[in-house]
Design a protein around this ligand. Structure first.
Ligand SMILES: [Zn+2]
Length: 329
């Protein structure tokens, strides 16, 4: 468990006898909320809980095996192509609510975790609302969200809210270094925006080479006139959410370099090229493009065609020097 989550964890377990029916854990993306929710749920179900779940009782072993009958994890379903769905659907929530009204089979409690809760579609949220309005005894529902404002107010108001703070940059850096060693630490810190759970995902999925490859091609669009559509094709299978997040970080570094040449880019592994790029682009255009990428990232949750969005962003990037910048989406 991350050190900055420990105080929350301790507090929740101390209150185990008077926990509310529904909890909403929220805070920035990538700080470990989901891990905190899972560990809390495990400890609540453990038959011999000490400071944490024991790891060896029947309940702990069943959770480990993924077969605990009173432990429910609801998330984005993975389709046949291995991609996550864009929303949590009503069928998932309806099944959950039906299971929750049953008596617990192992201990005295049932625990359900919904993550990311803000991805419930309207029908799913309405279905959950009924359960929140008529709480079933002996159940704890934990909703996890990085964007709680997207949840209906009716749901938020029926949960006890627990805001999880992000780690300090020093805590995040120390954890990443400790976990992944010195070689990749700076790149992981930059790639994750200093968010340890995000760094963990990037490391486990071995995405640092993807980041390096995308950066190389992206920078050459401006520095060497590489064709943006070829670059879009090259990286068509990479996760756009990450690519846009990284791009936003690179642009922030470039904007900071415009303010001061003394600035040390957060993406320190790309320092030299970021300096070149910053020198070759005008501040106003850079700001406009920065806004463009941030808007594009928000659009990824909508039904917009990702490939076309990606292409148009790269075309705008290619036009950043020549004044041919498009204004679309
Ligand atoms: Zn246990």
């Amino acid at each position: 468990m991350f050190e900055w989550l420990q105080p929350y964890y301790k507090q929740l377990l101390q209150q185990r006898a008077r926990l509310p029916h529904a909890l909403l854990m929220h805070g920035a993306e990538g700080i470990g909320k989901h891990i905190l929710a899972q560990e809390t749920g495990k400890a609540l179900l453990c038959e011999q809980p000490q400071a944490t779940a024991c790891g060896s009782c029947r309940s702990c072993r069943l959770i480990e095996a993924g077969t605990h009958p009173d432990w429910f994890m609801i998330g984005l379903e993975i389709n046949d192509a291995g991609k996550p769905a864009t929303e949590i659907k009503i069928g998932q929530i309806r099944d959950l609510c039906q299971s929750l009204v049953q008596t617990p089979q192992i201990g005295a409690l049932k625990v359900a975790l919904i993550h990311p809760a803000d991805r419930m579609n309207r029908n799913a949220a309405n279905s959950l609302l009924k359960t929140l309005e008529e709480p079933v005894p002996n159940t704890v529902l934990i909703l996890v969200s990085s964007r709680p404002s997207r949840l209906p107010a009716t749901i938020r108001s029926r949960c006890r809210q627990l805001r999880i703070s992000a780690p300090t940059p020093q805590q995040a850096q120390a954890w990443i270094r400790h976990r992944y060693g010195d070689t990749d630490a700076d790149a992981l810190f930059a790639a994750s925006g200093g968010m340890p759970a995000a760094a963990h995902i990037i490391a486990e999925a071995k995405m640092l080479p993807v980041r390096a490859g995308v950066f190389d091609d992206w920078s050459k669009i401006v520095l060497q006139g590489r064709d943006p559509l070829v670059v879009a094709e090259q990286w068509k299978d990479a996760d756009l959410n990450w690519i846009f997040s990284w791009m936003i970080g690179w642009l922030e570094d470039m904007l900071m370099l415009k303010q001061s040449v003394e600035y040390t880019p957060l993406n320190s592994d790309f320092s030299r090229i970021l300096r070149d790029l910053s020198a070759k682009t005008g501040q106003d255009k850079l700001f406009a493009f920065y806004d463009r990428v941030r808007r594009a990232k928000q659009l990824l949750d909508s039904s917009v065609n990702h490939r076309l969005l990606y292409e148009s962003v790269l075309l705008d990037w290619a036009g950043i020097q020549t004044g041919r910048q498009q204004q679309s989406a």
